[in-house]
Design a protein around this ligand. Sequence first.
Ligand code: C2E
Ligand code: MG
Ligand code: MG
Length: 398
Amino acid sequence: MSESPRVLVIDDEPAICELIEAVAESAGFSVRTASSPAEIEESIQGRFDLVVLDLSLGELDGIEVMSRLGTTHRGLPVILVSGADETLITTAGRIAEMHRLRVIATFAKPFSLDLLRSAMLEWTHVANERIDPTGPRLRIDDEALFDPEFMHLVYQPKVSVSTGDVVGVEALVRWRHPDKGDVSPAAYVALVEDLGRTSELLDAIMTMAAHDRFRYRALASMPDVSLNISVLDLDDDELPRRAQRILTTTSPAESWTFEVTETTPIPDLTPTVAVLTRLRLAGFKLAVDDFGTGTSNYERLLVAPFTELKIDRAMVSRLDASAAEPDAMVRSGVDVGHSLGLQVVAEGVETVEQFTLIRSLGCDAVQGYFVSAPVKPVQIDAALDRWAENFEVLGLDR
Ligand code: C2E
Ligand code: MG
Ligand code: MG
């Protein structure tokens, strides 16, 4: 690097900008500072090699700035500083990585200027030795696996059958291949499992869901957001701690549910049950997903502290108003669920007939195209407004 490296310092307090500016100059950087929203807007369009970013910027927020920087300055090294507590800074660091920024250090205010100077100096040493960071990336496919450019979450509402009110949403992963187009979540999850990278997937999904909940009002105020996990994730002792660290920074544990999908039968339930129990003790809720498909069975319900039972859509699709007797499976699922004190949800409800039957069978909530397809966060409010137009016809007018 022949010219001096450039650093952009973003902090809404001009006095802090000045302090950091002095430190950066002494470390050999040429410095630009930005405090007001207008300065920030303008400065992030420019060229620089490193950013020192405050997370709370008054009118603007640091998360927003990271997302903008991620699109224009992929791979940019970032030093995060904040007056918020450590956990929040850690989450912000993950969000930065999601936006393909490289977090090289984080500092909670008040921090030592000497340590900041060392972090900057260390970066210049590494940068001088490194090959071009904007050069071709290795193993693009592997990296793209959890890259927010290809992966995002959609959310499907779950509503009460008695009031029609939304009781939560389920987050469902979507992955779009640049050449091959949409990849079904089943194929994508199977691929990730084959590669043995399920815990990275879960981390990416938890981070993304926490981020969405932080950014979108419809999700911030949602009573519950559920995430799908595979039983393979429940082998991991660290999961309860990771979940707490990532999820509870934006919303309390009680407002998150883990849906356990069983793709492979597990011979020994004990470690799984321990992890499930610890998640529950931490306050998270737990749902048995795809009940009635044969992979999730009655035994499972009795051994772990579930809070919800989701009747698979295969059962629901067999419900037909013309049938003399509604499917006994659904009825027994409702009975078992209720006798264990679980909330019972019917999945895949597509028609008014199915909705009415499900209600008469005593399910507590429904999810399905009849209410809404899975939608992007910004479309949730509109989807719920459209759903509310059915209230009168369904006798839900309160
Ligand atoms: P699931 O957890 O049982 O999710 C419900 C699936 O039913 C979703 O499919 C949803 O789009 C679909 N669905 C909802 N309402 C209706 C309806 O009325 N009719 C019909 N025909 N389908 C409906 P999707 O999004 O394709 O996901 C499929 C499965 O992939 C999920 O089943 C879940 O097991 C898995 N999956 C999705 N996202 C994730 C994830 O983030 N992590 C993990 N581990 N698995 C995931
Ligand atoms: Mg599910
Ligand atoms: Mg399901």
